[in-house]
Write a protein that binds this ligand. Structure first.
Ligand SMILES: [Zn+2]
Length: 614
């Protein structure tokens, strides 16, 4: 990811006489990245600064964008490059070596997998079916603060011996380490002071954990290892000898490993050591908050569900204590234990939250379980906590959506000016601003698409290239576009799922049309689109269908997000005349709150216009 300082270095190279204030003066002012397009490009000033959300804003030209957009505007050659490509180009241009290890991964032929932030858990569904060998893709992940893993097995041509160093090294384990070290192959230092020994692929050494009970794992087909520059709990993975040759595993070591693989001990569940021994007599176990039972419960609830924990505690209470406590005491103890947070618990919470953040929407508990490998009750517990605390929304039918935390700001809003282009049909009636949502309704077959395309034409005539998102398969809109002479002049895309619509920055976009028939989804969909618009700026026009009774499908539809809402009615059967019934105007140009606007349609050239009243 590019830093602010790197941006300044870059701008210094691109803009003659580039200025920047000293950081110590508080507010950082600097020359606008869009300087070349200023009215007086030779007059260099400190007119750009950071907004509270970290964007760059220029008070002279109104430019407003993130680091990457600033670089795109300062260097026209980069205008069509992705964020990841820009990262690479800027690094090259500044002579910085960033993510240098990725070049080695390329040379070794590794396939990488994205991992959740601060974690060893794959971020992709069905990641074992996906092959990523593209450096730009890898940088995209790292730019998004994800960790990366190297897929082991045939796909990357490697088998990895994961040598854990957490416990004291036994003599037997030391022997294996000596054998491993003697191979002189590629080695990575792990965050737990262990090592990843990388060898050439060998299919006989199948993926196995904890061979011989020595805490040595074999990572092969279907596995992955976390790799530099990943971080877990602020500790770094690092290569001991990056660039070294990957060796074939030698016969002596291989024989030894195969031997150990055969003697896999059963996974032993670790029992906490510091737990106080349970007294069989009810000596000091009075009341409901006694320490022994609480700490026992705390240990149990890490492995078991609250129900199971309660069962075990009840069993011990009744069968082993001379004078048992009442069952209600155990029950209330479970209540407090359910909220008990050990180190593991806060990691779970973070892991689940990071996963939600990455997937954004339509997440089911099953997805979370598959990706994080956490048990159902832990996943359910945090999902419901997230909903309660406003970090997630329940979408119904067991699906969840990530919700961003609110960020307060006391800065004066950046732009309060009128939108600089004229909004088709309605510009004389209302004042529109950047980030306005306009909701337009019409009945089936009442010409939504024709109206939408006529709106696109008005924008094109003003020199703006608009975005058109259509939801009906096929390309019926193309015929009308040709008749209007706008075919191929605007951006268009098909969408099936409104929750996956991503708007472009500062775009004029029309959605033709949005199904808003399911009440419980309507609010979620409109909120998503509104969030997109608030984040990215521009104008969004949403067409939706009206009931046969001419009503909106969801009655409260126009209350929240739209700043302008109107329904279209046809006034004759030839469809040549009709009118807009404007129901909501946030900022009218006159002393009115609603408005009737007559329109005419010419079927010959397919133009749709405001009726000029003489
Ligand atoms: Zn500027």
């Amino acid at each position: 990811m590019i830093t602010n300082d790197q941006l300044f270095e870059f701008l210094k190279k691109k803009i003659p006489n580039f200025l920047k204030t000293n950081k110590k003066s508080g507010v950082i002012g600097f020359t606008c990245p869009n300087q070349a397009n200023h009215k007086y490009p030779k007059i260099v000033r400190l007119d750009a600064s950071f907004t509270p959300s970290g964007k760059i804003w220029c008070q002279t030209c109104g430019f407003n964008g993130d680091l990457y957009q600033s670089i795109r505007i300062a260097e026209p050659n980069y205008v069509n490059k992705s964020d990841a490509e820009i990262t690479l180009l800027v690094m090259e241009e500044l002579g910085l070596e960033m993510y240098k290890e990725l070049d080695n991964y390329l040379a070794y032929g590794f396939a990488l997998v994205p991992l959740l932030q601060n974690s060893k858990i794959p971020a992709e569904k069905e990641w074992t079916d996906k092959i990523h060998k593209d450096k730009i893709q890898w940088i995209k992940w790292l730019n998004n603060n994800l960790n990366i893993g190297i897929r082991t097995g045939e796909i990357s041509g490697i088998v990895v011996i994961d040598f854990d160093n957490k416990e004291e090294i036994t003599e037997e384990k030391q022997k294996i380490k000596d054998l491993l070290d003697a191979c002189d192959t590629l080695v990575q230092n792990t965050v737990n002071n262990g090592y990843h020994y990388i060898f050439k692929y060998d299919k006989e050494l199948t993926q196995t954990t904890n061979i011989g009970g020595l805490h040595i794992d074999i990572r092969n087909d279907g596995g992955q290892i976390v790799a530099m520059p990943s971080k877990v709990n602020n500790k770094n993975y690092s290569w001991k000898n990056l660039g070294a040759e990957i060796k074939t595993i030698n016969p002596e070591l291989k024989t030894k490993l195969l031997e150990l693989m055969k003697s896999i001990p059963k996974e032993i569940i670790e029992v906490p050591e510091k737990l106080e021994s349970l007294k069989l007599k009810n000596n000091n176990l009075d009341g409901c908050c006694n320490d022994t039972f609480i700490s026992l419960g705390g240990a149990l609830i890490k492995q078991l569900s609250p129900q199971h924990t309660e069962f075990v505690l009840n069993l011990i209470n009744r069968q082993l204590l001379e004078s048992p406590m009442p069952a209600s005491s155990i029950k209330s103890m479970i209540g407090s234990l359910a909220n008990y947070k050990g180190d593991d618990e806060s990691t779970y919470e973070k892991t689940i939250y990071e996963y939600m953040k990455l997937m954004q929407t339509d997440v089911t508990p099953k997805d979370v379980m598959e990706s994080t490998r956490l048990p159902r009750y832990v996943v359910d517990k945090y999902l419901s906590l997230f909903v309660k605390s406003g970090k997630a929304i329940r979408l119904g039918r067991g699906r969840y959506q990530y919700k961003e935390k609110v960020e307060w700001s006391d800065a004066i809003p950046e732009t309060i000016a009128e939108y600089k282009y004229k909004i088709p049909f309605f510009n004389d009636i209302a004042i529109f601003q950047d980030k306005d949502v306009i909701l337009l309704g019409a009945k089936t077959n009442d010409g939504k698409t024709t109206i939408a395309l006529n709106m696109l034409k008005v924008m094109l005539d003003q020199g703006l290239k608009p975005y058109y998102i259509y939801s009906e398969a096929g390309s019926r809109f193309q015929k009308t576009s040709q008749a209007l002479g706008i075919a191929g002049k605007y951006f268009h895309t098909y969408h099936a799922d409104p929750l996956s619509i991503e708007l472009e920055y500062n775009a004029f976009s029309i959605i033709d049309w949005l199904h808003l028939e399911h009440k419980e989804m309507t609010d979620t969909v409109l909120k998503h689109l509104n969030d997109e618009l608030q984040r990215k700026g521009g104008i969004l026009i949403i067409f939706t269908q009206l009931k046969t009774t001419n009503d909106w499908f969801a009655p409260n539809l126009i209350d929240h997000y739209p700043t302008f809402a109107a329904r279209y009615f046809q006034d004759n059967s030839e469809k040549t005349e009709g009118h807009w019934d404007i129901q909501k105007i946030k900022e009218p140009r006159g002393n009115f709150t609603s408005y009737i606007l007559p329109c005419v349609y010419n079927p010959e050239n397919r133009t749709f216009q405001k009726k000029e009243i003489i």
